[in-house]
Design a binder for this molecule. Structure first.
Ligand code: TLP
Length: 346
């Protein structure tokens, strides 16, 4: 193996487009999407909506923009949005609801667990001149900081029904909804039915270079389209990107099971290393989070030592390290990465 060869497990966002994607991009039919005239974007939006069982779709440059356009479209200034305290919308999206919408997030612990419905119930504000208006529930499936864990259909339904009891809209950050659907063995629409709007990413496990799609009712997408423009996401001949997204949906969903098997192989190997702690029951999709505190090695040092030997992973706070599998790492790469982890910890 050349010393240049890197096994990049930092994220599934690092995937390179396939030759079929590049071909589709080169020959994509395009138009000005801000005028609604890009036929390839329109095709992608229709297809995405159909896959999620929704009326309409909106192509956006990133998952973050999809989530934030959704939050802005669901809320008004002074509203509150309930989400998990480890949710991407809260943890990694730069307080956009506050910055762009005058909207406050109310993060609650363990929203995607059995305790979730009770946490949601506690978080909903009573009608009062003292309180912000609880307007929206944001869910995340798979849950990234939870370890790529999948929220069951039963729990999705319970959370959705409870939100509706309180007249909340429900948005699903389904950045990795196809990983969740693969794990559950159901079409993605079965998960999406427990949300009014769903954002999913083309540029993670599905390997498209750029892009996500927000889906929902026609009325909601009309509103969200305006917020996409406000956030700077009105793209022009974006069919070049959408073309890769269409290929991603056609060719990359079925193979996600391979990434899940590789994550399991990696997790089982890591769990055997001295001082490495991880909960194998949480390794359900393509993400593996382990705690290296008991190895006595600092995370920064651990990551640097791995990198030196051609393996990249990422720090996930405290002593946590995240490894993410994807189409550009093979089973052999995983075995090699495990051997490197073993060497570094020896
Ligand atoms: N997540 C990235 C980082 O931002 C952490 C990653 O490497 O996993 N929702 C979820 C659940 C996500 O994991 C991400 C990206 C997003 C939204 C945002 O997508 P982008 O990066 O396209 O804005």
């Amino acid at each position: 193996m050349s010393s240049e060869y890197r096994i990049d497990l930092r994220s599934d966002t690092v995937t390179k487009p396939t030759p079929q994607m590049r071909q589709a991009m080169a020959s994509a039919e395009v138009g000005d999407d801000v005028y609604g005239e890009d036929p390839t974007v329109n095709r992608l939006e229709e297809k995405a909506a159909e896959l999620m069982g929704k009326e309409a779709g909106l192509f956006v440059p990133s998952g973050s923009m999809g989530n934030q356009a959704a939050i802005l479209a669901h809320t008004q200034r002074g509203d509150e949005v309930i989400c998990d305290s480890e949710a991407h919308v809260f943890y990694y999206e730069l307080a956009t609801p506050a910055v762009a919408g005058g909207v406050q997030l109310f993060p609650v612990p363990n929203l995607h667990s059995e305790a979730g419905p009770a946490e949601l119930e506690k978080a909903v504000r009573p009608e009062s001149y003292l309180f912000p208006k609880s307007r929206l529930l944001c869910l995340e499936n798979t849950h990234n900081r939870g370890g790529g864990t999948v929220t069951s259909l039963e729990l999705m339904k319970t959370l959705y029904d409870k939100a509706k009891e309180h007249n909340l809209a429900v948005h699903l950050d389904g950045a990795r909804i196809f990983n969740a659907a693969t794990y559950l063995g159901v079409p993605a629409a079965e998960i999406a039915r427990y949300a009014d709007s769903v954002m999913f990413c083309l540029s993670k496990g599905l390997a498209a270079p750029v892009g996500s799609v927000l889906t929902g009712s026609k009325e909601f997408i009309t509103k969200a389209r305006k917020y996409r423009k406000l956030l700077g996401g009105g793209m022009r001949q974006a069919g070049i990107l959408a073309a890769a997204g269409l290929v991603a949906l056609d060719t990359m969903v079925e193979r996600l099971a391979e990434d899940h098997a590789n994550a399991r192989l990696l997790a089982e190997g890591l769990a055997e290393l001295p001082g490495v702690e991880l909960d194998l029951s949480k390794v359900q999709t393509n993400i593996v989070i382990c705690d290296i505190k008991k190895t006595g090695i600092e995370p920064g040092q651990f990551l640097a030592a791995l990198e030196e030997k051609g393996v990249l992973a990422t720090s996930f706070g405290a002593h946590l390290i995240r490894f993410t599998t994807h189409k550009d790492v093979s089973r052999n790469d995983i075995l090699r990465a495990l051997a490197v982890c073993r060497e570094v910890l020896a």
